[in-house]
Design a protein around this ligand. Structure first.
Ligand SMILES: [Zn+2]
Length: 256
């Protein structure tokens, strides 16, 4: 008999605006299917400010992220890591295990292990390790273990290449997010501080337009206007039920 996973989708990423950039459309579709959404960031995005101290930036970005999460009635947590200096530590793994247990996550989204950003790669490693043991009662955290290891999904970097420029394994599926693209834009639009930062750092006038351009390019591969791409974690120790794919079947494209 197929295992049923809690309809709680937890999106854990490195920085405020990552969930919005990489999987907001999918989270909105899941919410509309009755899932509870939880968004967490490993860091406060403290480095991502212009003319502000790291503390000020983290404060501003916390409010922006909370506002974006509220669009999906989602809870928002930040885990206390430092932007640009995220390490895979015992403390961080335990914090993520506590969070998975506290919110009773059935489905987890995080970055891909070969993402372009080192904080994203570290997040992927922490989340994978934490998720794998979240159902074990020997782990030294106070929260009650989850009944079953949550399903783990990885979201796309900006392109389908690794940091060395090599093609990565094709996504397992794409989600057509055309019908919810306005929600995604609304969530991205909450991150006002990032628009200025991208202008300063990458001389990029329209960062969120750039993100949406990525969704448009993925859409082209799938014959729809906008798409998000995913890989399901299929390594040993993880359940392989295609629950998200089934729950979003009318939006699913797996012809890669
Ligand atoms: Zn990020």
């Amino acid at each position: 008999m197929a295992i049923k996973f809690n309809k709680v989708a937890l999106s854990i990423n490195a920085h405020p605006d990552d969930a919005e950039a990489w999987n907001a459309g999918t989270l909105k579709l899941l919410r509309d299917k009755g899932y509870k959404i939880v968004i967490a960031t490993m860091t406060g995005g403290d480095l991502g400010g212009c003319n502000m101290t790291m503390e000020e930036t983290a404060r501003v970005r916390f409010e922006e992220a909370k506002k974006a999460a509220a669009v999906l009635d989602a809870e928002y947590y930040t885990m206390g890591g430092i932007d640009g200096f995220l390490y895979d530590t015992k403390e961080m793994r335990l914090k993520i295990i506590s969070l998975i247990r506290k919110v009773r996550a059935g489905v987890i989204f995080t970055h891909l292990a070969v993402d372009y950003h080192s904080d994203h790669r570290t997040t992927a490693a922490i989340v994978e390790a934490a998720a794998m043991v979240s159902s074990l009662d020997t782990v030294p955290v106070p929260e009650k273990p989850v009944d079953v290891t949550p399903l783990l999904y990885h979201s796309s970097p900006l392109t389908l290449t690794d940091p060395m420029g090599s093609q990565i394994v094709p996504p397992h599926f794409l989600v057509d997010v055309t019908s919810v693209i306005e929600t995604k834009k609304q969530m991205l639009g909450c991150h006002v501080s990032q628009i200025e930062l991208m202008r300063h750092m990458h001389k990029m006038d329209d960062f969120f337009g750039f993100v949406l351009e990525g969704n448009r390019n993925y859409g082209k591969m799938a014959g729809v206007e906008y798409a998000e791409v995913y890989w399901q974690h299929l390594g040993g120790g993880f359940q392989k039920e295609p629950q998200v794919q089934e729950d979003l079947s009318e939006y699913l494209i797996n012809k890669m």
